[in-house]
Design a protein around this ligand. Structure first.
Ligand SMILES: NC(=O)c1ccc[n+]([C@@H]2O[C@H](COP(=O)([O-])OP(=O)(O)OC[C@H]3O[C@@H](n4cnc5c(N)ncnc54)[C@H](OP(=O)(O)O)[C@@H]3O)[C@@H](O)[C@H]2O)c1
Length: 340
Protein backbone atom coordinates (compact mmCIF):
# COMPACT_ATOMS: atom_id res chain seq x y z
CA UNK A 1 0.00 0.00 0.00
CA UNK A 2 1.00 3.65 -0.36
CA UNK A 3 1.87 5.38 2.89
CA UNK A 4 3.59 8.49 4.21
CA UNK A 5 6.65 7.25 6.09
CA UNK A 6 8.90 9.04 8.59
CA UNK A 7 12.18 7.50 9.80
CA UNK A 8 13.60 10.55 11.62
CA UNK A 9 12.41 13.75 13.25
CA UNK A 10 12.61 17.03 11.35
CA UNK A 11 10.71 19.35 9.02
CA UNK A 12 8.30 18.20 6.31
CA UNK A 13 11.21 16.83 4.21
CA UNK A 14 11.38 13.82 6.55
CA UNK A 15 8.02 12.63 5.21
CA UNK A 16 8.32 10.29 2.21
CA UNK A 17 5.76 8.42 0.15
CA UNK A 18 6.61 4.72 0.15
CA UNK A 19 5.09 1.35 -0.77
CA UNK A 20 4.94 -0.68 2.42
CA UNK A 21 3.06 -3.73 3.70
CA UNK A 22 -0.45 -3.24 4.98
CA UNK A 23 -0.60 -3.26 8.77
CA UNK A 24 -1.38 -6.63 10.35
CA UNK A 25 -4.27 -6.81 12.74
CA UNK A 26 -4.29 -8.62 16.06
CA UNK A 27 -7.10 -9.84 18.27
CA UNK A 28 -9.68 -7.12 18.86
CA UNK A 29 -8.32 -5.01 16.00
CA UNK A 30 -9.79 -3.82 12.72
CA UNK A 31 -8.16 -3.09 9.35
CA UNK A 32 -9.59 0.05 7.74
CA UNK A 33 -9.39 1.11 4.10
CA UNK A 34 -8.69 4.81 4.74
CA UNK A 35 -10.83 7.19 2.68
CA UNK A 36 -9.81 10.34 4.53
CA UNK A 37 -7.49 11.42 7.34
CA UNK A 38 -7.24 14.79 8.99
CA UNK A 39 -4.38 16.92 10.26
CA UNK A 40 -3.98 18.64 13.59
CA UNK A 41 -1.16 20.64 15.17
CA UNK A 42 -0.06 17.50 17.03
CA UNK A 43 0.92 15.87 13.71
CA UNK A 44 3.45 18.66 13.20
CA UNK A 45 4.72 18.28 16.77
CA UNK A 46 5.13 14.52 16.31
CA UNK A 47 6.93 15.07 12.99
CA UNK A 48 9.46 17.53 14.45
CA UNK A 49 9.89 15.72 17.76
CA UNK A 50 9.85 19.08 19.54
CA UNK A 51 9.46 19.64 22.46
CA UNK A 52 12.13 16.98 23.05
CA UNK A 53 10.57 15.74 26.27
CA UNK A 54 7.79 14.25 24.14
CA UNK A 55 10.28 11.78 22.59
CA UNK A 56 10.22 9.67 25.75
CA UNK A 57 6.73 8.67 24.57
CA UNK A 58 7.11 8.80 20.79
CA UNK A 59 10.62 7.35 20.33
CA UNK A 60 13.96 8.76 21.50
CA UNK A 61 16.12 8.65 18.33
CA UNK A 62 13.36 8.26 15.75
CA UNK A 63 9.56 7.92 15.75
CA UNK A 64 8.27 4.57 17.05
CA UNK A 65 5.42 4.74 14.54
CA UNK A 66 6.84 5.01 11.02
CA UNK A 67 3.51 6.12 9.55
CA UNK A 68 2.17 9.36 11.12
CA UNK A 69 -1.42 10.52 11.43
CA UNK A 70 -4.18 9.66 13.88
CA UNK A 71 -7.63 10.78 12.70
CA UNK A 72 -9.36 8.66 10.06
CA UNK A 73 -12.57 7.72 8.32
CA UNK A 74 -12.90 4.72 6.05
CA UNK A 75 -14.39 1.28 5.45
CA UNK A 76 -13.69 -1.84 7.50
CA UNK A 77 -11.65 -4.21 5.33
CA UNK A 78 -10.99 -7.01 7.83
CA UNK A 79 -11.67 -7.77 11.48
CA UNK A 80 -9.51 -9.66 13.97
CA UNK A 81 -10.62 -12.33 16.42
CA UNK A 82 -12.86 -11.11 19.26
CA UNK A 83 -14.12 -8.08 17.31
CA UNK A 84 -17.76 -7.85 18.40
CA UNK A 85 -19.31 -4.67 17.10
CA UNK A 86 -17.81 -3.88 13.69
CA UNK A 87 -18.25 -5.86 10.45
CA UNK A 88 -16.42 -5.89 7.12
CA UNK A 89 -17.88 -3.11 4.96
CA UNK A 90 -18.89 -0.85 7.87
CA UNK A 91 -18.21 2.85 7.28
CA UNK A 92 -16.33 4.06 10.37
CA UNK A 93 -14.44 7.00 11.84
CA UNK A 94 -12.16 7.46 14.83
CA UNK A 95 -8.44 7.30 15.56
CA UNK A 96 -5.48 4.99 14.95
CA UNK A 97 -1.70 4.95 14.60
CA UNK A 98 -0.72 5.45 10.96
CA UNK A 99 -3.62 7.38 9.40
CA UNK A 100 -1.64 8.79 6.44
CA UNK A 101 -1.83 5.58 4.41
CA UNK A 102 -4.22 3.56 2.29
CA UNK A 103 -4.85 1.14 5.16
CA UNK A 104 -4.63 1.55 8.93
CA UNK A 105 -5.30 -0.70 11.89
CA UNK A 106 -7.00 0.25 15.14
CA UNK A 107 -8.49 -1.37 18.20
CA UNK A 108 -12.24 -1.85 17.70
CA UNK A 109 -12.89 0.57 20.56
CA UNK A 110 -11.23 3.43 18.63
CA UNK A 111 -13.75 3.36 15.79
CA UNK A 112 -17.51 3.79 15.52
CA UNK A 113 -19.94 3.87 12.63
CA UNK A 114 -19.73 7.08 10.59
CA UNK A 115 -22.68 9.48 10.92
CA UNK A 116 -24.77 9.16 7.75
CA UNK A 117 -24.91 12.96 7.40
CA UNK A 118 -21.13 13.37 7.04
CA UNK A 119 -18.80 12.64 4.14
CA UNK A 120 -15.65 10.62 4.86
CA UNK A 121 -13.67 13.88 4.75
CA UNK A 122 -15.94 15.53 7.32
CA UNK A 123 -15.94 12.44 9.54
CA UNK A 124 -12.13 12.27 9.50
CA UNK A 125 -12.08 15.88 10.70
CA UNK A 126 -13.88 14.89 13.93
CA UNK A 127 -10.71 13.85 15.71
CA UNK A 128 -8.21 15.33 18.12
CA UNK A 129 -9.46 18.90 17.55
CA UNK A 130 -13.13 18.14 18.28
CA UNK A 131 -12.24 15.96 21.27
CA UNK A 132 -10.00 18.71 22.66
CA UNK A 133 -12.71 21.36 22.26
CA UNK A 134 -15.29 19.10 23.92
CA UNK A 135 -13.12 18.21 26.89
CA UNK A 136 -11.84 21.77 27.42
CA UNK A 137 -15.32 23.31 27.43
CA UNK A 138 -17.38 20.56 29.08
CA UNK A 139 -14.86 19.15 31.59
CA UNK A 140 -12.30 21.90 32.30
CA UNK A 141 -14.51 24.95 31.67
CA UNK A 142 -17.76 23.35 32.91
CA UNK A 143 -19.66 25.67 30.57
CA UNK A 144 -23.24 26.35 31.69
CA UNK A 145 -26.19 27.65 29.65
CA UNK A 146 -26.20 31.45 29.43
CA UNK A 147 -22.53 31.88 30.24
CA UNK A 148 -20.44 34.20 28.09
CA UNK A 149 -17.64 32.27 26.38
CA UNK A 150 -14.92 33.79 24.21
CA UNK A 151 -12.94 31.58 21.82
CA UNK A 152 -9.64 33.14 20.69
CA UNK A 153 -8.57 31.43 17.47
CA UNK A 154 -12.19 30.62 16.58
CA UNK A 155 -11.47 29.77 12.94
CA UNK A 156 -8.90 26.99 13.41
CA UNK A 157 -9.11 23.25 14.05
CA UNK A 158 -9.97 23.45 17.75
CA UNK A 159 -11.73 26.82 17.44
CA UNK A 160 -14.37 25.86 14.86
CA UNK A 161 -15.41 22.87 17.00
CA UNK A 162 -15.22 24.97 20.18
CA UNK A 163 -17.62 27.61 18.82
CA UNK A 164 -20.18 24.95 17.92
CA UNK A 165 -19.77 22.91 21.12
CA UNK A 166 -20.01 26.02 23.33
CA UNK A 167 -23.25 26.90 21.51
CA UNK A 168 -24.50 23.32 22.02
CA UNK A 169 -23.77 23.74 25.76
CA UNK A 170 -26.00 26.84 25.73
CA UNK A 171 -23.35 29.56 25.95
CA UNK A 172 -23.39 33.02 24.43
CA UNK A 173 -20.33 32.70 22.19
CA UNK A 174 -17.85 35.29 20.94
CA UNK A 175 -15.30 34.18 18.35
CA UNK A 176 -12.04 36.02 17.65
CA UNK A 177 -10.61 35.71 14.16
CA UNK A 178 -9.27 37.76 11.25
CA UNK A 179 -11.34 39.54 8.59
CA UNK A 180 -11.30 36.68 6.09
CA UNK A 181 -12.90 34.28 8.57
CA UNK A 182 -15.49 36.57 10.19
CA UNK A 183 -18.42 35.30 8.11
CA UNK A 184 -17.41 31.65 8.51
CA UNK A 185 -17.21 31.97 12.31
CA UNK A 186 -20.63 33.65 12.34
CA UNK A 187 -22.01 30.91 10.08
CA UNK A 188 -21.07 28.16 12.53
CA UNK A 189 -23.04 29.83 15.28
CA UNK A 190 -20.96 32.50 17.03
CA UNK A 191 -23.27 35.16 18.49
CA UNK A 192 -20.55 37.82 18.23
CA UNK A 193 -17.35 37.93 16.20
CA UNK A 194 -14.32 40.12 16.95
CA UNK A 195 -11.97 40.79 14.04
CA UNK A 196 -8.56 40.89 15.69
CA UNK A 197 -7.13 43.01 12.89
CA UNK A 198 -9.41 45.86 14.09
CA UNK A 199 -10.20 45.17 17.75
CA UNK A 200 -8.31 43.73 20.72
CA UNK A 201 -10.63 41.74 23.01
CA UNK A 202 -8.25 42.18 25.96
CA UNK A 203 -8.87 45.95 25.80
CA UNK A 204 -12.64 45.81 25.33
CA UNK A 205 -15.31 46.45 27.99
CA UNK A 206 -16.97 43.02 27.71
CA UNK A 207 -16.27 40.43 30.44
CA UNK A 208 -16.47 36.67 29.89
CA UNK A 209 -17.11 33.70 32.18
CA UNK A 210 -14.68 31.62 30.14
CA UNK A 211 -11.94 32.47 27.67
CA UNK A 212 -10.54 29.57 25.64
CA UNK A 213 -7.28 30.86 24.16
CA UNK A 214 -6.06 28.71 21.26
CA UNK A 215 -3.50 31.29 20.10
CA UNK A 216 -1.49 32.77 22.97
CA UNK A 217 -0.84 36.08 21.21
CA UNK A 218 -1.50 38.14 24.37
CA UNK A 219 0.09 37.79 27.79
CA UNK A 220 -1.96 35.62 30.12
CA UNK A 221 -2.46 38.52 32.55
CA UNK A 222 -3.77 40.77 29.75
CA UNK A 223 -6.09 37.98 28.62
CA UNK A 224 -7.44 37.43 32.14
CA UNK A 225 -8.49 41.11 32.19
CA UNK A 226 -11.35 40.04 29.91
CA UNK A 227 -12.78 37.75 32.59
CA UNK A 228 -15.56 38.22 35.13
CA UNK A 229 -14.29 37.98 38.75
CA UNK A 230 -15.14 34.26 38.83
CA UNK A 231 -14.20 33.66 35.20
CA UNK A 232 -11.65 31.14 33.92
CA UNK A 233 -8.88 31.38 31.33
CA UNK A 234 -7.97 28.15 29.57
CA UNK A 235 -4.65 28.69 27.78
CA UNK A 236 -4.62 26.07 25.03
CA UNK A 237 -2.00 27.64 22.77
CA UNK A 238 0.94 25.27 22.96
CA UNK A 239 1.59 24.09 19.48
CA UNK A 240 2.72 26.46 16.77
CA UNK A 241 6.22 27.31 17.89
CA UNK A 242 8.90 25.78 20.07
CA UNK A 243 8.71 28.62 22.62
CA UNK A 244 5.13 27.76 23.51
CA UNK A 245 6.29 24.98 25.82
CA UNK A 246 7.52 27.81 28.03
CA UNK A 247 4.08 29.41 27.93
CA UNK A 248 2.45 26.10 28.85
CA UNK A 249 4.80 25.73 31.82
CA UNK A 250 4.05 29.31 32.89
CA UNK A 251 0.31 28.65 32.68
CA UNK A 252 0.79 25.60 34.89
CA UNK A 253 2.72 27.57 37.51
CA UNK A 254 0.36 30.57 37.43
CA UNK A 255 -2.66 28.25 37.81
CA UNK A 256 -1.32 27.22 41.22
CA UNK A 257 -1.65 30.75 42.59
CA UNK A 258 -4.18 32.53 40.33
CA UNK A 259 -7.75 31.22 40.63
CA UNK A 260 -8.80 32.47 37.18
CA UNK A 261 -6.02 30.56 35.37
CA UNK A 262 -6.82 26.92 34.54
CA UNK A 263 -3.97 24.41 34.49
CA UNK A 264 -3.00 23.24 30.98
CA UNK A 265 -3.91 19.66 30.16
CA UNK A 266 -3.20 17.21 27.35
CA UNK A 267 -6.40 15.83 25.89
CA UNK A 268 -6.72 12.24 24.70
CA UNK A 269 -9.33 10.59 22.53
CA UNK A 270 -11.67 8.01 23.99
CA UNK A 271 -14.62 5.93 22.80
CA UNK A 272 -17.26 7.65 24.94
CA UNK A 273 -16.39 11.14 23.66
CA UNK A 274 -16.35 9.87 20.07
CA UNK A 275 -19.95 8.74 20.67
CA UNK A 276 -20.83 12.15 22.19
CA UNK A 277 -19.35 13.96 19.17
CA UNK A 278 -21.23 11.66 16.77
CA UNK A 279 -24.44 12.57 18.65
CA UNK A 280 -23.73 16.29 18.30
CA UNK A 281 -23.09 15.81 14.57
CA UNK A 282 -26.26 13.78 14.06
CA UNK A 283 -28.28 16.37 15.96
CA UNK A 284 -26.99 19.02 13.55
CA UNK A 285 -25.24 20.89 16.38
CA UNK A 286 -21.70 20.31 15.10
CA UNK A 287 -20.55 20.20 11.48
CA UNK A 288 -16.83 20.00 10.73
CA UNK A 289 -15.42 22.92 8.75
CA UNK A 290 -13.09 21.62 6.05
CA UNK A 291 -10.47 24.23 5.24
CA UNK A 292 -8.73 22.32 2.47
CA UNK A 293 -8.36 18.86 0.97
CA UNK A 294 -5.05 17.38 -0.18
CA UNK A 295 -4.21 14.02 -1.81
CA UNK A 296 -2.19 11.56 0.29
CA UNK A 297 1.02 12.33 -1.59
CA UNK A 298 0.71 16.00 -0.56
CA UNK A 299 0.53 15.28 3.17
CA UNK A 300 3.81 17.16 3.86
CA UNK A 301 2.38 20.32 2.24
CA UNK A 302 -0.85 19.90 4.22
CA UNK A 303 1.04 19.59 7.52
CA UNK A 304 3.17 22.62 6.58
CA UNK A 305 -0.01 24.60 5.91
CA UNK A 306 -1.44 23.77 9.35
CA UNK A 307 1.89 24.49 11.06
CA UNK A 308 1.92 28.01 9.59
CA UNK A 309 -0.91 28.85 12.03
CA UNK A 310 -3.56 30.26 9.71
CA UNK A 311 -5.42 27.18 8.52
CA UNK A 312 -9.18 27.50 8.37
CA UNK A 313 -11.08 24.72 10.17
CA UNK A 314 -9.61 21.27 9.64
CA UNK A 315 -7.30 20.29 6.76
CA UNK A 316 -8.06 16.87 5.34
CA UNK A 317 -6.15 14.23 3.37
CA UNK A 318 -8.33 12.45 0.85
CA UNK A 319 -7.38 8.88 -0.10
CA UNK A 320 -9.58 7.84 -3.02
CA UNK A 321 -10.13 4.14 -3.82
CA UNK A 322 -8.02 4.45 -6.98
CA UNK A 323 -5.21 6.26 -5.21
CA UNK A 324 -2.57 5.42 -7.82
CA UNK A 325 -3.98 8.15 -10.05
CA UNK A 326 -4.20 10.61 -7.20
CA UNK A 327 -0.54 10.05 -6.42
CA UNK A 328 0.47 11.18 -9.87
CA UNK A 329 -1.29 14.52 -9.62
CA UNK A 330 -0.11 17.71 -8.03
CA UNK A 331 -1.84 19.27 -5.05
CA UNK A 332 -5.59 19.40 -5.45
CA UNK A 333 -6.22 21.65 -2.54
CA UNK A 334 -9.80 22.79 -2.67
CA UNK A 335 -11.04 26.21 -1.65
CA UNK A 336 -12.11 26.52 1.96
CA UNK A 337 -15.70 25.52 2.61
CA UNK A 338 -17.58 26.76 5.62
CA UNK A 339 -20.63 24.71 6.44
CA UNK A 340 -23.09 24.64 9.26
N1 LIG B 1 -4.51 20.48 24.97
C1 LIG B 1 -4.43 19.63 23.98
O1 LIG B 1 -4.38 18.39 24.17
C2 LIG B 1 -4.43 20.17 22.57
C3 LIG B 1 -4.95 19.41 21.52
C4 LIG B 1 -5.00 19.96 20.25
C5 LIG B 1 -4.49 21.24 20.04
N2 LIG B 1 -3.95 21.93 21.08
C6 LIG B 1 -3.40 23.27 20.87
O2 LIG B 1 -4.45 24.14 20.52
C7 LIG B 1 -3.92 25.22 19.76
C8 LIG B 1 -4.85 25.50 18.61
O3 LIG B 1 -4.85 24.39 17.75
P1 LIG B 1 -5.66 24.45 16.40
O4 LIG B 1 -5.63 23.10 15.82
O5 LIG B 1 -6.98 25.10 16.59
O6 LIG B 1 -4.72 25.42 15.56
P2 LIG B 1 -4.96 25.91 14.06
O7 LIG B 1 -6.02 25.12 13.42
O8 LIG B 1 -3.65 25.93 13.39
O9 LIG B 1 -5.45 27.41 14.32
C9 LIG B 1 -5.23 28.33 13.33
C10 LIG B 1 -6.23 29.46 13.51
O10 LIG B 1 -5.73 30.40 14.48
C11 LIG B 1 -6.16 31.67 14.06
N3 LIG B 1 -5.30 32.75 14.54
C12 LIG B 1 -3.98 32.96 14.23
N4 LIG B 1 -3.54 34.10 14.84
C13 LIG B 1 -4.60 34.59 15.53
C14 LIG B 1 -4.78 35.72 16.38
N5 LIG B 1 -3.80 36.60 16.61
N6 LIG B 1 -6.00 35.90 16.95
C15 LIG B 1 -7.02 35.04 16.74
N7 LIG B 1 -6.92 33.96 15.92
C16 LIG B 1 -5.72 33.73 15.34
C17 LIG B 1 -6.10 31.61 12.55
O11 LIG B 1 -7.04 32.50 12.04
P3 LIG B 1 -6.60 33.63 11.00
O12 LIG B 1 -6.03 32.88 9.80
O13 LIG B 1 -7.87 34.33 10.75
O14 LIG B 1 -5.52 34.43 11.66
C18 LIG B 1 -6.41 30.16 12.21
O15 LIG B 1 -7.74 29.97 11.76
C19 LIG B 1 -2.51 24.81 19.33
O16 LIG B 1 -1.56 25.56 20.05
C20 LIG B 1 -2.44 23.34 19.71
O17 LIG B 1 -1.14 22.95 20.08
C21 LIG B 1 -3.92 21.44 22.32
Amino acid sequence: MKAIVQDRYGSVEVLETQDIERPEIGDGEVLVRVHAASIHVGDWILMTGVPYVMRFATGLGKPKNRVPGTDIAGTVEAVGRDVQRLRVGDEVFGWCDGAFAEYASAAEDQLINKPANLTFEQAAAVGVSATTALQLLRDDGKVQPGQKVLINGASGGVGTFAVQIAKALGADVTGVTSTKNVEMVRSIGADHVIDYTHDDFTKGAERYDLILDNVGNHSMSDTRRGLTPNGTLISNGGGHSDGKLGRTMRAMLVSMVVRQQASPTVKTQNHDDLVVLKGLVEAGKVTPVIGGTYPLSQTPAAIGHVAAGHAQGTVVISVPMQSTGAFATASTMTPAVAST
